[in-house]
Design a binder for this molecule. Structure first.
Ligand code: HEC
Length: 393
């Protein structure tokens, strides 16, 4: 292709790939060349998935929650935005190939967990919460797990809700493969409640179901976590700048959540079913046990010894599926942060016996053929480092 014959704008358009015609971008493309310009003249490059509504989309008429938050941040910084489209959800591979390869500057909506990708990713202050919601007819009471007794509840395959309800024989689970399928089951009367991924549930409720249902965010371990804007480690200065403007954007961000139907309201507490909360104050920050450490600026190493850090990686890669990320788990029976409280001096012996042989009848696999004892020792070191001390609630 005779690239040399293309105008500057054509070259840029070609590079941008998919046609992007937001007013903002057109303005940017028509602007004078920025190569030698001041730092603030450079657009803020957002990493974005073109087909991931309600979060992001390459339809300028409906850019999605995260891209609009990114736009608002850029505007506050006096910068335009550009996009690096990458068709994938926010998997680690995506982060590696976009943000960490410096294809883009910022990724809105990464989960704010301190070991998300080790120290290579740094985070802004939290911008929102994300997690699972109970979706039901508006007149149904869903203030806690016990309200689900005797009901048919759609749960997504291999999700926290599925794990959470697995132990409840008095709740009939209907497994679905996606939030879309959960909403359909609800709408067709095949289930009474759908316990599904909240952002998509809220978005569909708004766009496809005329806001017919209530979408109640749930709060509990693995059900709700904070999200933030992620940056490559070298972008500390940009991160600090963004943190500087975030407080002034709170109202705007809240209204963007409403625009896309994504729930950001007071969650239903699921951690303790007997204390289901109905009256906490609307605006306050929900506090979730799982985020006790993550709400602080992510600390990647320091406190944790080397082997415990390796153990955490193993744990989050394999055990977290049932026991929760970072061993945060609402179901007390499989909450491994309570091992010390539960077994005291027998903690270590119980760990080895259970992990080696499993409790197959109870759904705990045996791991002795999967991991070496050294690897399991690391997991133990990690679990030791997260034991809850003293009176739990
Ligand atoms: C497929 C789900 C699943 C996975 C994956 C899993 N566990 Fe478990 N685990 C369970 C269940 C269920 C129990 C509770 C069994 C019971 O009721 O006694 C359990 C119990 C345990 C216990 C004993 C808890 C106690 O208080 O008695 C330990 C320790 C444990 N798991 C460690 C691990 C470790 C370490 C890993 C990863 C290498 C892991 N588990 C992976 C399901 C799982």
């Amino acid at each position: 292709m005779p690239v040399i014959c293309m105008t500057r704008n054509e070259v840029r358009n070609a590079r941008l790939g998919r046609a992007i015609r937001t007013v903002l971008l057109s303005a940017m493309l028509l602007a004078p060349a920025v190569s030698a310009g001041a730092e603030e003249a450079k657009p803020l490059r957002l990493c974005a998935d073109p087909t991931n509504l309600p979060f992001s989309s390459d339809d300028p008429g409906e850019p999605g929650l995260y891209l609009e938050i990114g736009q608002a941040v850029a505007k506050k910084l006096g910068r335009t935005v550009s996009y690096n489209w990458y068709k994938s959800y926010f998997g680690k591979r995506t982060v590696r190939e976009t943000l960490l390869s410096r294809q883009c500057d910022a990724m809105v909506g990464l989960p704010l967990v301190d070991d998300f990708m080790g120290p290579s990713v740094i985070f802004s202050k939290p911008i929102a919460h994300e997690g699972y919601a109970l979706v039901a007819a508006k007149d149904r009471k869903v203030a806690g797990i016990d309200d689900l007794k005797g009901l048919r509840v759609a749960v997504q395959y291999q999700s926290t809700p599925q794990n959470l309800l697995a132990m409840r024989d008095d709740i009939q689970k209907v497994t679905v493969l996606s939030p879309e399928e959960g909403m359909t089951a609800l709408d067709q009367g095949k289930v009474d409640v759908a316990f599904i991924w909240a952002p998509v549930a809220g978005w569909l409720n708004k766009t496809a179901y005329g806001e017919k249902y209530q979408v109640a965010s749930t709060e509990g371990d693995g059900l709700l976590w904070q999200t933030a804007i992620g940056f490559a480690r070298a972008s500390g200065a940009l991160r600090d700048e963004v943190d500087g403007v975030l407080p002034s954007l709170q109202a705007e961000i809240a209204s963007l959540f409403a625009k896309y139907g994504v729930p950001n309201g007071t969650p239903v507490k699921f951690g303790q079913a007997d204390q289901a909360v109905t009256s906490s104050t609307g605006a306050s920050e929900p506090v979730t046990v799982g985020q006790a450490t993550a709400t602080e600026k992510p600390v990647q190493t320091a406190a944790v010894a080397g082997d415990a850090a390796a153990g955490r990686e193993t744990f989050n890669g394999t055990c977290a599926h049932c026991h929760g990320p970072d061993a945060v788990q609402a179901e007390r029976k499989i909450n491994l942060r309570l091992l010390k409280q539960r077994y005291a001096d027998d903690m270590e012996a119980t760990f080895w016996k259970t992990v080696h042989d499993g409790r197959p009848a109870k759904g705990m696999p045996a791991w002795k053929d999967v991991f070496s004892d050294d690897e399991l020792k690391n997991v133990y070191a990690y679990l030791q480092s997260v034991q809850e001390t003293g009176g739990s609630n």
